[in-house]
Write a protein that binds this ligand. Structure first.
Ligand SMILES: [Fe+2]
Ligand SMILES: [Fe+2]
Length: 279
């Protein structure tokens, strides 16, 4: 790392580092910057175990001026191998406390202002979850959509590992998060452009290329379908799909920034480009 780089600091992003997989740990160790003023967004799915998450975020926090993390579904799994396995909101609180110790920003902090050369940009870290409204083909209710998935055998592990306690269901938790987040975003200055960061895509469009369309029900909520136009959004950063690419919706840039599992990124390239430049 050359800390005295002359170039402009950058806002970078990555996600789905999945460092619980041995093959991904060297990728994390190699994730550095040549300018210590760069910021790094980590859009969820770092790992499942608290000590893996702490190792990864701790390393990144030493290398970047600011790390901004949002939870993915994998961090929220109740990990039996953690010293104090916690469920649902209590698990989320454990993760927030871990990030605070490391100086990593989370959805529970004030949104940070990126001091870009073209003016400041608000980086809004969002925790939104999903509510089964990206339904499986030909289905009209959550129950039908889940039944379709059970029939095809494409069922997300969240069904067994991601507890919503004290919310009755994950969709209840999602609706509460969306309502609270919308209130916060509406209170922001509409003149200041934003980068919205969420593990799950804000709209259904990115899920249209999933190999198994029934998996989309674990990928977001229709409640945020218009957020990229309702708010002053420069870019929407997400992961979760393990399909890294840049797309545009209504002229707004959507960046899927995932690394993914070793077998996935090795099939794409020996040296996947990590992280992505957002600004
Ligand atoms: Fe992932
Ligand atoms: Fe995920």
């Amino acid at each position: 790392m050359t800390p005295n780089s002359d170039r402009q600091p950058r806002l970078l992003a990555t996600s789905d580092l999945h460092v619980g997989h041995r093959g991904n740990r060297p990728m994390l160790e190699g994730l550095t910057s040549d300018n210590e003023q760069d910021w790094l967004i980590v859009a969820g799915d770092v790992a499942e175990k608290l000590d893996d998450i702490e190792w990864a975020l701790g390393l990144l926090a030493q290398r970047f001026a600011q790390v901004i993390w949002v939870p993915g579904n994998h961090e929220l799994w109740t990990s039996r191998s953690d010293p104090e396995p916690a469920r649902g909101v209590a698990r989320y609180t454990q993760l927030i406390e871990l990030c605070r110790r490391l100086g990593v920003a989370t959805p529970e902090d004030e949104y940070l202002l990126w001091p870009g050369p073209d003016g400041p940009v608000l980086v809004a870290a969002l925790f939104l979850l999903y509510d089964y409204t990206f339904r499986a083909p030909g289905t009209h209710t959550k129950e039908e959509s889940l039944a379709y998935a059970r029939e095809t055998g494409v069922v997300c592990s969240d069904e067994f590992l991601l507890d919503s306690d004290p919310f009755p269901t994950r969709d209840d938790w999602c609706r509460a998060r969306v309502a609270e987040t919308q209130r916060r975003l509406e209170a922001c200055d509409p003149e200041v452009p934003m980068v919205l960061v969420s593990h799950w895509p804000l709209s259904r469009e990115p899920t249209r290329v999933l190999r198994y369309p029934e998996f989309a029900q674990w990928c977001g909520t229709e409640l945020t379908a218009d957020w990229h136009t309702r708010f002053n959004v420069t870019a929407s950063v997400y992961g979760h799909l393990h399909i890294p690419r840049t797309t545009y919706e209504d002229g707004v840039r959507f960046e899927e920034v995932s690394l993914g599992y070793p077998r996935e990124w090795q099939a794409r390239s020996r040296n996947p480009v990590v992280p992505r430049v957002i600004l």
